[in-house]
Design a protein around this ligand. Structure first.
Ligand SMILES: [Mn+2]
Length: 460
């Protein structure tokens, strides 16, 4: 960890020798938007001029466009590590900074490359927002006021479910110290600030409540027996009611769930945000940002991070729109399970949404399906969606969290046969391939994952 932080500090001292303007390229998800916000705020403070772009994926086409610009210094946030060779080739003679936590390409470079994997840390131990936060803090200690964004980014990347890593805890300590975040132990459920209990329990997939999740009449009965109003929000329950509810949920989970008391955990509340707003709980904040990014409204997401009031209003409308689109996508999936769009085989499922699901939505959709108990643990989901650029966005996930499969390696072994590099982590990987490779890719997947030896090595 010390080596990692030393490397960040070295990168900062190298950066200080350079002149503005600076070009920032970041990813459109919550982690990318918080990273971009941290760096933008830090640069504004130092009077560093910059221009920012938020992109869904780093591609060679984008690198080519960047190479035509006259900037001398480029920052890649939450992306870039998987494209080291391509970046060096496209942007020689430039000062490159990559702050990323995705599995890096195996390549020696002159790039200022900060990635936990290079310091025997894992990509799940810190997110890009955390790396960017350490960079910003070294640039100016006053940037400790941006620490909460480092935490929101980590949560957006599914970190902190059972507490954070040692290194992210340093960021959390800062956020608590400057009064940005308050840690509350309690029921770890999504929507505590904004959803009535009826909806909260009905849609509770993590934690899953057997007999309750997805069953509206049972939720009513359950709350009725506890004498708790279904219209009340979790955050407004009395201490007595909360205790009753916690006990009742644990009882429901006894026997069928591995850790029935897993419903308790830490909630991270933003002290400056109003109660019951979608920006109060860091988890809900991260969803708000994700929906902005995925619906192509990244600048609104950045505005929310930088505390712009009108952006917050807009973001709430975008979130509502995002939910509608997500439900439409899920409905498309369920009603096409028996069609040629969806190939279900032992051990893997190919979901070829073509133009029926937005490419920036396909990863979220695949995540939801992978968490839904629809397919057995270890089943690999491979989803595809067409992009406006006539490419195909590919997203892969594993049902239940398997420790044996490295999805990034797996996807790479297939796309490399098409001459294409994939990015991601052990448990979530993605790629972009040209439209004309669609059938070839599907055939390669079936060939590689459809063998008996693969199924034996990765039983579902
Ligand atoms: Mn990330």
């Amino acid at each position: 960890m010390k080596d990692f932080l030393d490397a960040v500090n070295l990168a900062v001292s190298k950066f200080k020798e350079l002149n503005s303007p600076v070009r920032i390229i970041s990813h459109l998800d919550c982690d990318g938007l918080t990273s971009a916000s941290i760096l933008s705020a830090a640069f504004q403070k130092q009077d560093v001029k910059f221009s920012l772009s938020i992109i869904p994926n780093l591609t060679e086409t984008i690198l080519k466009q960047l190479s035509l610009e006259s900037y001398k210094t480029y920052f890649f946030l939450d992306l870039g590590s998987g494209m080291l060779k391509e970046i060096e080739k496209a942007l020689p003679e430039k000062n490159i900074f990559i702050l990323d936590h995705h599995q890096p390409q195996d390549s020696l470079t002159n790039i200022n490359h900060i990635n936990p994997h290079l310091f025997s840390l894992d990509g799940s131990e810190i997110s890009a927002a955390g790396i960017t936060y350490f960079f910003a803090k070294e640039l100016n200690q006053e940037n400790i006021k941006l620490s909460h964004l480092g935490i929101i980014g980590a949560i957006g990347d599914m970190q902190g479910k059972n507490g954070f890593s040692e290194i992210v805890n340093l960021i959390l300590d800062d956020a608590v110290k400057v009064g940005k975040i308050e840690i509350k132990k309690g029921l770890r459920m999504f929507g505590a600030q904004t959803k009535p209990l009826l909806k909260l329990l009905l849609y509770s997939t993590d934690p899953y409540i057997p007999g309750i999740t997805g069953n509206e009449s049972e939720v009513h009965k359950f709350l009725n027996e506890l004498a708790i109003s279904p219209d009340k929000k979790l955050t407004n329950l009395t201490e007595e009611e909360t205790k009753k509810l916690v006990t009742a949920i644990i009882l429901k989970r006894l026997g069928s769930e591995e850790n029935p008391e897993d419903i308790l955990g830490f909630n991270y509340l933003l002290k400056d945000e109003p109660d019951e707003s979608p920006t109060k709980d860091a988890k809900e904040f991260s969803t708000l940002l994700n929906s902005c990014g995925r619906l192509g409204k990244s600048s609104v997401g950045i505005g929310v991070c930088l505390n712009d009031k009108s952006s917050k209003q807009k973001a709430i409308e975008i979130l509502a729109q995002f939910r509608i689109e997500l439900i439409t996508s899920l409905n498309w999936f369920y009603s096409n399970r028996n069609s040629s769009f969806i190939i279900e085989k032992p051990g893997f499922v190919i979901i070829n949404a073509e133009n029926n699901v937005r490419p920036s939505m396909i990863g979220t959709l695949t995540s939801i399906i992978s968490n839904s108990n629809l397919y057995s643990t270890n089943t690999i989901l491979i989803s595809m969606a067409h992009t406006p650029e006539e490419d195909i966005k590919i997203s892969t996930r594993i049902c239940g969290r398997s420790k044996n499969i490295n999805l990034k390696q797996l996807l790479n072994s297939i796309t490399n046969l098409l001459g294409i590099e994939s990015g991601g982590h052990n448990y979530a990987a993605g790629s972009v391939i040209p439209l004309e490779k669609e059938q070839e890719f599907i055939q390669l997947v079936i060939k590689q994952l459809g063998t008996e030896s693969f199924l034996k090595a990765n039983p579902t």
